[in-house]
Design a protein around this ligand. Sequence first.
Ligand code: SAM
Ligand code: SF4
Length: 342
Amino acid sequence: MRGTPDASTRPNTPGLVDRFGRVATDLRVSLTDRCNLRCTYCMPAEGLDWLPQPEVLSDDELARLLAIAVTRLGVTDVRFTGGEPLLRRGLEDVISATAALRPRPKISMTTNGLSLARRADSLVAAGLNRVNVSLDTLDRARFHELTRRDRLHDVFEGMAAARAAGLDPVKVNSVLLRGVNEDEAVPLLRFAVENGYQLRFIEQMPLDPQHGWDRTSMVTAAEILDSLATGFTLTPEPAARGGAPAERWLVDGGPAVVGVIASVTRPFCAACDRTRLTADGQLRNCLFSQSETDLRAPLRSGASDDEIADMWRATMWAKAAGHGINDAGFHQPDRPMSAIGG
Ligand code: SAM
Ligand code: SF4
């Protein structure tokens, strides 16, 4: 966190406000740091040093924090992510506990889609409203290379099952990498439009465990849009962007749309409405924050809901104005994307 936030000026409101007038209503929860793929830009082949199980929040601990967020702090949207959230045992129970909260939050999940084909119906029955499936290539050999697993077919089946289970729209997240899959912008969009999925390209951010991110090799939003223009006519979607990170374009006049999340080249920090919880109960006010607030220890040593809610408010009050990726003194956070929760 940059700056020295003065807690005495924090207004006495229940919500998660910060010094710049933003209000966090969207909670990203990492359910596990483990994954069954090894996307080269996200994890090394051998995996990472996984959190020891006792450090991971139990379902009951998680349910308590979710209740505090929704009923006391004004969180209206909960997204489960990871690591791979489908690897979390008891995922359906976590979702149904969240769906039982009032006011009921909207519940979504970001997943690599493996095993989604088997789980889509039970997830929807538990209360899941939306899903984002990550897919960076349509080519089987390239998928194998990129994720180090030969599982492209499972992802296709998972997406189709999500759609059949009534999750609408099924969103697809793609990261383009220079020299790897940067030639797939048009095919990926064609695939999404033909199947009724909503595609969003995400600029690669400095959150890799190898700390090898390099601005000069990142495929930018401008380049992605240039590529798309070779196959489609894109017009800006008239609807307001609000806190949503994706800028959206109508594809060939609509109704299909495509989104581009330009976190690096067109940051949307001024409209950010996010708060984040890691699988080990650490609270972050930004993907890129340098510090975390430990909620697990107070949770395990008898803190009251009021006390935890107040720690959460104080953490969000201290949120920096922006992620600082484009500042000279930028330091990548120690934890990679998969451990924070993407
Ligand atoms: N395993 C799940 C999945 O892949 O959807 C959820 C976690 S994953 C970290 C969430 C998203 O973050 C994926 O769409 C992935 O492509 C994206 N991602 C991972 N590393 C990234 C990076 N350095 N910059 C931008 N997006 C990244
Ligand atoms: Fe796993 Fe998602 Fe990271 Fe790929 S991007 S290694 S699927 S956490």
